[in-house]
Design a protein around this ligand. Structure first.
Ligand SMILES: Nc1ncnc2c1ncn2[C@@H]1O[C@H](COP(=O)(O)OP(=O)(O)O)[C@@H](O)[C@H]1O
Ligand SMILES: [Mg+2]
Length: 481
């Protein structure tokens, strides 16, 4: 390999076709005397030599002429053939290695003719991409060796996992959950497909090591609460954001709340409905509120007989564990109502310092998170100790302000150009790297960028998990039938 050019941070190398096989995301070290330049391969193309078109056309017409034998007295044919087969490797400058440190503030270029170019060792990449911490989570393989990240680099951070469907996003999220829980972290999971409960079982059906650290709660079934526990403010938010209730009706609702409190001594959903039917007010407002309260009652999430409190449920995770809110059985309104309740409760609990910080894993959050919560989650809630991990196959549903604040991004394959454009604008790495690498990633591989890899983007082949992942799509035609 030889250096051909460097333009901004793009480095182009010429290579012959029989050189070592490279993959997108691999690192190369260009060494000249004692200094080294680190570049990451993002693509490979044919080298466009001058006169190539003419040459190839001539070859084509010659192939058509039968019994052609070429005269090549100086035997330069093989040399020319080799030249024409030259490959162009496109790489991105990632820094200059000086005494083991990677620096990108140093102006230095290696010699085009005398420098040695070789594949970087996996240990070098492991070392450079290691963030501080000592709680290692084994993610998979990178450049032929095991690759770990530190749990500390998720702590207090905002993490995004994105990619097309079926590429392995949830699988990676589960891997992180297992790793975090093993180190004693607490995680709240909004499980939209009802798949995280499987972590409690091994593939053979027996209990996994995590089985007593996971608790699946299904709203309306084994997870019910009271309106009193939710409180007036949360109920107003639910009416406003989930049920689009206009301000005039919200004011009347507050009045009804206090009336109910006065008459019955406590607030229940039944009491609210009762007070609403008996109190004097504008008929259309009464109608509007009544239909909403009845629809809330139908969800069976508020229950005065056998309520649980989120405090108690979180309390059960004392030694690390995951509380899985299974939203797969809830209707869209129900999902949003439960999330509204859980987040507002969570923020009260954490604000009052009643509970240590926790991770919040949310899959396809745009389906149940209201718009105003995005910024709240990445700013205010992060300060009180909620560390979000968002998983989505629709990257443009996450506001770009959230990407800008993201510390870690795991990118799985995307083929759609508009998704790639969106991600390229928003992620912590240059647009070309995202576009060229992410577009070509096979399933179960991801490009990791951000703090978790010390801002050295790496492509990782995610390892298997020995627990049930339940991510499989249910099929009508199965292979055994
Ligand atoms: N690294 C991996 N090793 C083994 N199986 C995997 C891996 N990643 C994903 N899978 C499997 O591939 C399927 C799709 O993965 P999943 O994580 O559910 O995709 P996504 O969430 O991106 O739609 C699942 O059956 C999952 O178990
Ligand atoms: Mg998934």
């Amino acid at each position: 390999m030889k250096i051909l050019s460097k333009n901004n941070d793009t480095v182009k190398l010429l290579a012959s076709p029989d050189e070592e096989l490279l993959e997108r995301g691999d690192y190369l070290v260009i060494e000249d005397n004692s200094r080294k330049l680190l570049i990451q391969v993002i693509d490979i193309e044919y080298a466009d030599l001058p006169g190539m078109l003419e040459d190839t056309l001539r070859e084509l017409s010659v192939e058509d002429a039968k019994n052609f034998s070429s005269i090549d007295p100086y035997s330069i044919g093989s040399l020319i053939a080799k030249l024409r087969e030259a490959r162009l490797i496109i790489g991105k400058f990632r820094g200059v290695l000086v005494d083991g440190d990677l620096r990108n503030d140093i102006l230095w270029l290696p010699s085009r003719f005398y420098s040695r170019i070789r594949k970087a060792s996996s240990s070098l990449i492991n070392e450079l991409s290691r963030s501080s911490g000592r709680r290692a989570i084994l993610l998979g393989e990178c450049m032929g060796d095991w690759f770990t990240v530190n749990a500390e680099s998720l702590d207090g951070k905002l993490t995004i996992i994105t990619g097309k469907k079926e590429m392995g996003k949830s699988h990676l999220a589960k891997l992180l959950v297992v790793g975090l829980v093993e180190y004693g972290a607490r995680i709240l999971i909004f499980d939209i497909n009802g798949e995280y409960g499987g972590l409690s079982k091994k593939i053979d059906g027996s209990d996994s090591e995590l089985s007593d650290r996971l608790k699946v709660i299904i709203p309306g079934r084994n997870f019910k609460t009271t309106v009193e526990d939710a409180g007036l403010k949360t109920m107003l938010d639910i009416l406003r954001y989930v049920y689009d209730t206009p301000p005039a009706s919200l004011r009347e609702f507050s009045r009804i709340w206090y009336i109910t409190e006065r008459i019955y001594g406590r607030v229940t959903l039944k009491g609210l409905i009762d007070a609403l039917t008996k109190t004097q007010m504008n008929e259309s407002i009464r109608e509007a509120l009544l239909s909403r309260l009845l629809s809330i009652e139908d969800l069976e999430f508020f229950n005065d007989e056998d309520p649980q409190s989120l405090e108690d449920l979180l309390g059960e995770l004392e030694y690390g564990g995951a509380l899985i809110v299974d939203l797969s059985k809830s209707l869209p309104h129900g999902r949003r109502l439960v999330v509204e309740y859980v987040l507002s409760k969570l923020s009260t609990i954490l604000k009052n310092n009643q509970y240590p910080p926790l991770f919040l894993l949310a899959e396809e959050a745009h389906l149940y998170l209201r718009d105003t919560y995005w910024d709240d989650l990445v700013t205010r809630m992060r300060h009180i100790g909620v560390f979000p991990i968002f998983v989505t196959n629709q990257p443009d549903m996450i506001p770009d302000s959230v990407y800008r604040q993201a510390d870690n991004i795991f990118l799985f394959n995307f083929t759609n150009d508009s998704d790639l454009d969106y991600l390229a604008k928003a992620s912590r790495v240059d647009a070309e790297t995202v576009k060229r690498i992410v577009k070509a990633l096979p399933p179960k591989r991801c490009l990791i960028v951000g703090r978790i890899v010390n801002d050295i983007p790496v492509v990782v082949k995610v390892r298997e998990l020995h627990v049930k992942t339940m991510g499989e799509t249910k099929l009508f035609f199965t292979q055994t039938k």
